[in-house]
Design a protein around this ligand. Structure first.
Ligand code: UD1
Length: 429
């Protein structure tokens, strides 16, 4: 299994191109199941999760075609991929495929909407918490589906098709919003979804669905109104830039010091996190090309934060921000409000020399800490990258094991950091 070895001590200087967002790409790919015509997605990142989802979609009968290299392509840009679900030949998503990636459960929405039946393996637990699917099932049931759980599968049917409804989620969920939104595009009549997640990736999906002929309004708000249509057609859509990748590299520069342009970043999608970095003493400048992040020699200030659904501070940046706060001059408190078990990186950061105590769902970080290289491993992808950025300032070599987590969500991580002066390499064993 590969590992990544980071040798700390170098500042980051240069340009990092921001990739297409993983968390937008996955639902967009799944949306291709809603139409018999091609959905062409541009700027699809090279990620293991994309490959896993391709396996699931092709099992349903989706054909895909990757566009060849184009003039001026630098090899680090995302791909253009056409997905065509001309005929769905299999409405079952089996355990072997779904268990590899939780988001693959989301195919249940489009399969039900278009085929009126679906049998999808329940995703099971994961490292960051129990992550139930009750709200997916409640919203689909409200849309007229009958769903039973049998042998680890959700078996759903809606013989006459789904029917529009006024539904309120009892908690904000990104995945449940994606699924109910996709499902209701083909439901009969009008659907109103209330207390929806407002993450930019939901807006990206809604815009793509509208380009495919859906009638969705209220995009960007917590209430989405969908006028059902009989069918969706093909479209071409460009995946939005990854706000979590943007925030991660911004925090990396904040840790090491230096001056980096995050090219193509969309600051409005991570305003809360950027404001936090400014409070900590990091230079943030919005330019026509993206976001310039700078830090000179001044000490970082400690800042407290709690994770919240968008527009609050994203749970997917919690581990990286904790790594950063180990460098701050004083005590900071980070509270995880979204997932109950998302502190697996704490013990690993402590192995690098961080001073962190856990008080329930709050981590108390006493900086500044002197980090020294060690062998570490992480159980989810954002935690893994927090160890990489901690390694950038640790004394000596930090070896991050279980690199497959990073490959799930960070495109060309080593290349991007190396180009800015980091010493980081992948080692195969
Ligand atoms: C998505 C993101 C993930 C991010 C998370 C929160 C993708 C592919 N993944 O995950 O990177 O960390 O949003 O921003 O986009 N919940 C229930 N019942 C349900 C569904 C969810 O109780 O039926 C709970 C979860 O356990 C969690 C909370 O709701 O506590 C939010 O989870 P959710 O927004 O659904 O996360 P995901 O969509 O799985």
């Amino acid at each position: 299994m590969d590992s990544i070895v980071v040798t700390g001590g170098n500042k980051l200087n240069g340009v990092i191109p921001i990739s297409g967002a993983k968390n937008a790409t996955l639902p967009l790919m799944i949306a291709s199941l809603l139409s018999s015509q091609p959905l062409i997605l541009q700027n699809v990142p090279h990620l293991a999760d994309v490959e896993s989802l391709i396996r699931i979609l092709t099992n349903h009968g989706v054909d895909y075609r990757v566009e060849g290299k184009r003039r001026n392509h630098n090899g680090q840009q995302g791909r253009n991929i056409s997905f065509r679900a001309e005929e769905i030949v299999d409405t079952t998503a089996p355990y072997e495929l779904v268990s590899k990636m939780r988001a693959s459960f989301w195919v249940i929405g489009p399969l039900l909407a278009r085929m009126h039946v679906a049998k999808v393996s329940l995703p099971g637990g994961c490292a960051i918490g129990t992550r139930p699917v009750d709200m997916f099932l409640e919203s689909l049931t409200a849309l007229g589906a009958k769903i039973e759980i049998e042998n680890g599968y959700a078996i759903a049917e809606a013989p006459g098709g789904l029917v529009g409804v006024d539904f309120t989620f009892n908690k904000v969920s990104v995945g449940a919003t994606h699924v109910a939104l996709m499902a209701s595009t083909l439901a009969k009549g009008k659907t109103i979804l209330r207390n929806c997640a407002r993450e930019p990736e939901i807006g990206d999906l809604a815009n793509c669905l509208n380009a495919m002929g859906a009638k969705i309004s209220g995009i960007g708000s917590g209430t989405l109104t969908i006028e059902g249509v009989k069918e969706l057609h093909g479209a071409t859509h460009t995946v939005l830039p990854d706000r979590i990748e943007t925030g991660t590299y911004a925090m990396a520069v904040a840790m090491t010091g230096g001056d980096v342009l995050l090219k193509g970043a969309r600051p409005d999608d991570l305003r809360f996190a950027l404001d936090l970095l400014v409070k900590a003493g990091v230079g943030i400048e919005e330019t026509n090309e993206g976001l310039r992040v700078t830090r000179n020699g001044a000490a970082l200030k400690p800042v407290d934060v709690g994770t919240e659904p968008f527009p609050g501070f994203p749970t997917d940046l919690q581990a990286q921000f904790m790594a950063l706060m180990t460098m701050a001059d004083g005590e900071s408190r980070i509270t995880e409000n979204i997932f109950e078990n998302r502190f697996m990186h704490v013990q690993e950061l402590v192995r690098l020399g961080a001073n962190i105590d856990l008080e329930g769902k709050t981590a108390v970080i006493k900086g500044p800490c002197v980090l020294t290289g060690a062998q570490v491993m992480a159980t989810d992808l954002r935690a893994s990258v927090s160890l990489v950025i901690a390694g950038l300032v640790a004394d000596g070599d930090t070896t991050v094991n279980r690199v497959y987590h990073l490959d799930r969500g960070f495109e060309h991580l080593e290349e991007k950091l190396t180009a800015c002066g980091a010493k980081i390499e992948r080692v195969s064993s």
